[in-house]
Design a protein around this ligand. Structure first.
Ligand code: SAH
Ligand code: F3S
Length: 478
């Protein structure tokens, strides 16, 4: 999942805490790394474990079970997890009854290797196997190592209500698809999260209704590639053509789902992430325009501004097609914010191709961006067929040029909001001062303003801005 969906930096590695269940005697300590879907999955795991006698704890030292939900997207993400495993093992020396488990993408990628080579863990569970946790835990409690890394064609955890106590109580994430069928050559996700499947819209609506009852005000629909959402009674996206004519006729696509969410919950704000440009239909943009409560913000990762690089990445669009999509968005929703993900220094990237990325950025002038140096991942098509041949210092220099350009554009975009009034959903105190609130406008820009005493977290208020930095708008309530 994309950077917009990356767990808030403050929450990376933070212990997940949920309401204790009376009578539960065992303690589980859960940390999550990587994308927002990992955090959501951890909430599902906590929900399953709460039925197995476990309450969550933020004290690793007192845990019977330590779980780490892991990310494989870049080498650095895996290094972070390895360091944490060393830390858990140091604690285990003091508390030998403690068991350690690895969940998520690294578990899926390394499988039994974790047990064979590392001797650092007792339990290895892939992203589609969390329902098997009760049985796997019995195994490790009996002193045996346990592994389940089977990927599923159906699993969407549709019926398991995630617990959400680390959240701000205002905005929540709801998973609508799992897996990815796209096979971008640099990406490990199709291997660690399996084939793409969509979740039953009824269960999505039910989850949002529960969130509304708990007073949540904003929902972000989550998936590796949300625009490719397609429900036709269950089954993989790739098997849609084989479904019965009736099932095909009643299919719900992403625009239908958005429409239904917006109509069913008129007071709730909706966002979604992530959109792959190749799957984003005009119908989705029109649906956004039709509903006040769908935010005017699209995270539209492009990875590169060069058609030849896009081709090597197996992205199914050219630079020109991407720019046409941007034109369509701006035509239908003139004040829509757009953000990017970029990869600097992919296999064979020439200086001229890098310049095309910079010139694409100049054309689009993204509101936000999430930028990475290419990190070759074992088992991906790029690792198998292409050389990781851009020297590290060149990758770094290109990345810095991309970041510098994005900062310029972010500032430019923010400046366009100065002097305007906008609706802001209050998420909490400003980072810098308890006398100020922090919230976001529809375009996902952070807005900070002084408290007046007449508003609280979760309120929608109207703010007039008078100043900005490249990351924050400053204003006052009107
Ligand atoms: N479709 C997903 C993408 C998941 S990865 C989603 O957006 O939800 C998030 C971002 O990480 C990608 O958009 C890409 O910019 C970056 N990324 C993925 N694989 C990478 C790699 N091997 N090296 C560097 N960056 C990578
Ligand atoms: Fe990865 Fe491309 Fe899917 S970036 S998650 S393979 S859309």
């Amino acid at each position: 999942m994309s950077a917009d969906q990356v767990i808030d930096e403050k929450k990376q590695g933070q212990a997940l805490i949920t309401l204790p269940k009376i009578g539960n005697a065992k303690k589980v300590y859960i940390e999550s790394y990587g994308c927002q879907m990992n955090l959501n999955d951890s909430e599902i795991v906590a929900s399953i474990l709460s039925e197995q006698g476990f309450n969550t704890t933020f004290l690793m030292e007192e845990a019977d079970l330590v779980l780490v939900n892991t990310c494989s997207i870049r080498e650095k993400a895996e290094q972070t997890v390895r360091k944490r495993l060393e830390k858990y093992n140091a604690v285990k020396k003091i508390n030998p009854k403690m068991k350690i488990g690895v969940l998520g993408c690294m578990a899926e990628r390394l499988k039994e290797k974790f047990l064979e080579e590392e001797h650092m863990v007792d339990l290895v569970v892939g992203p589609d196997a969390y329902r098997d946790l009760p049985h796997l835990i019995e195994e490790i409690e009996a002193g045996r190592d346990a592994v389940n890394v089977l990927l599923s064609k159906e699993e969407t955890y549709a019926d398991i209500a995630p617990v959400r106590l680390n959240s701000n109580g205002v905005s929540a994430f709801v998973s609508i698809t799992r897996g990815c069928d796209n096979m971008c050559t640099f990406c490990v996700v199709p291997f660690t999260r399996g084939r793409e499947r969509s979740r039953d819209p009824e269960s999505i609506i039910k989850e949002i209704r529960d969130l509304e009852l708990q007073d949540f005000k904003e929902v972000t629909l989550l998936g590796q590639n949300v625009d490719s959402y397609l429900w036709y009674g269950g089954g993989l996206k790739k098997d849609f053509d084989k479904a019965s004519p009736e099932a095909q006729a009643q299919a719900v696509d992403f625009a239908d789902l958005l429409d239904r969410c917006a109509l069913s919950f008129p007071k709730m704000r909706f966002r979604f992430s992530t959109s792959n440009p190749q799957d984003m239909q005009l119908k989705v943009i029109q649906t956004m325009a039709n509903h006040e409560n769908i935010c005017n913000y699209i995270h539209l990762p492009v990875q590169s501004g060069s058609t030849t690089v896009l081709k090597r990445m197996n992205r199914q669009h050219t630079r020109e097609e991407y720019l046409t999509l941007i034109d369509n968005i701006r035509r239908i929703i003139p004040d829509c914010a757009i953000s990017q993900d970029m990869i600097a220094g992919f296999s064979g990237e020439t200086e001229a191709e890098h310049q095309e990325t910079l010139s694409l950025m100049d054309e689009v002038k993204y509101d936000f961006g999430f930028m990475f140096a290419y990190s070759e991942r074992p088992g991906t098509p790029a690792e198998k067929r292409m050389a990781d041949d851009v020297p590290e210092e060149i990758k770094k220099r290109r990345l810095n040029e991309i970041i510098a350009k994005q900062q310029e554009h972010s500032l430019l975009r923010m400046e366009q909001w100065v002097g305007k009034t906008m609706e802001v959903l209050i998420e909490g105190n400003s980072k810098k001062s308890d006398t100020h609130w922090m919230g976001r406008n529809s375009q996902n820009a952070v807005v900070v303003f002084p408290k007046t005493g007449a508003e609280q977290i979760g309120d929608f208020v109207v703010v007039k801005t008078h100043e900005c930095t490249s990351a924050t708008l400053l204003g006052v309530r009107v």
